[in-house]
Design a protein around this ligand. Structure first.
Ligand code: M6R
Length: 312
């Protein structure tokens, strides 16, 4: 998979999903790195190029390079008729509708849905997913819109949280498994629309460096919905608490443990861990949005950024 920015984060989540449901090895590359490397590509390998705009220069060149080496290009693109849609051998549009704000939000959700559908179809064809799991995941996808509506009801609560944290200089975002890329995405959103420095990290990796940053002034945002990593992330929260970090956590309804360890929580409906990122990312988008607004930033057009990065 090749992509940039938020689309790259969608690819990272899809990597876990593809490996889980289809048992196909997946590499996710920044298009800007891939284009200058000497990647090992065999004829018939599939490159999934993920792009909202379909015009990102690095992704276009990465596709061209992979094509020269015999790869089959499958585009997952939002803008109909865009360059990437045209140069791909096949593809699926995400049809999220025009995304106007520079910070990608709904396109990310749509990318996750489309990539999950592809993985489900492949898993079914390859017989790597059983019928019950298949039906369960399809139902989970059907339930996402209603659950998204519930998450959006957190808006006012998150606005207050933004007010509280608007003067932070830095923030650390942590997650594990399917929620690790969500932590990266939450940090990216905060940086780009509120200009607060934020770092996203795999929660267990923090002890290899970032934990040195933790003190009583650092908000640490955990993406900790109920999944197979839950006990592990609770230990990571304890590690932050022990160093007096301010824990803010995105958790699932019914979680009685993490609220006792957190300064603030944002509660989302329970969902299968494969689709949970579609919900857990939304409070982080709202948090970044409200901090940006309260700080007087132009959240639609953040400084130094363009909606489509058509230059190298
Ligand atoms: O149009 P693309 O998906 O190819 O764009 C990739 C990135 O430029 C884009 O996701 C960027 O990171 C966004 N501003 C993030 O919100």
């Amino acid at each position: 998979m090749v992509a940039c920015g938020t689309s790259w984060h969608a690819g990272l989540i899809a990597e876990y999903i593809f490996e889980e449901l289809c048992r196909i090895p997946v590499e996710v590359e920044y298009a800007s790195e891939f284009r200058y490397r000497n990647p090992v590509i065999y004829k018939g390998d599939v490159i999934i190029a993920i792009s909202q705009s379909g015009e990102t220069a690095d992704t276009i060149v990465a596709i061209e390079k992979a094509k020269e080496q015999g790869a089959f290009i499958f585009g997952v693109v939002n803008v109909v008729g865009s360059s990437i849609a045209r140069i791909s051998n096949a593809g699926a549009y995400t049809h999220a509708g025009p995304e106007i704000g520079v910070a990608s939000t709904k396109a990310f959700t749509a990318q996750l849905v489309v990539l999950t559908l592809i993985a489900l179809k492949l898993g079914k064809e390859k017989n790597t997913i059983n019928e019950d799991r298949y039906v369960h995941l399809i139902n989970e996808l059907h339930n996402i819109p209603e659950k998204v509506k519930e998450v959006l009801l957190l808006n006012n609560e998150i606005k207050k949280l933004a007010e509280k944290h608007k003067n932070s200089k830095d923030a650390l975002y942590l997650g594990r498994g399917y929620n690790f890329p969500v932590a990266l995405e939450g940090a990216l959103k905060l940086k780009e629309i509120s200009y607060i420095h934020a770092e996203g990290y795999a929660a267990a990796e923090m002890k290899h460096g970032p934990i040195a940053l933790v003190d009583e002034n650092l908000p640490v945002v955990f993406v900790a919905t109920k999944d197979s990593y839950h006990e592990k992330i609770i230990s990571n929260i304890q590690e932050i608490k022990a160093r007096k970090g301010k824990v803010i956590a995105v958790i699932s309804q019914g979680d009685e443990t993490i609220p006792k360890m957190s300064e603030d929580v944002m509660i989302v409906p329970e969902a299968d861990e494969l689709v949970a990122p579609m919900l857990s990312v939304i409070p982080l988008q709202l948090f970044a949005y409200h901090i940006g607004v309260v700080k007087g930033c132009d959240v639609d057009k953040p400084r130094n950024l363009a909606k489509s990065v058509t230059v190298e």
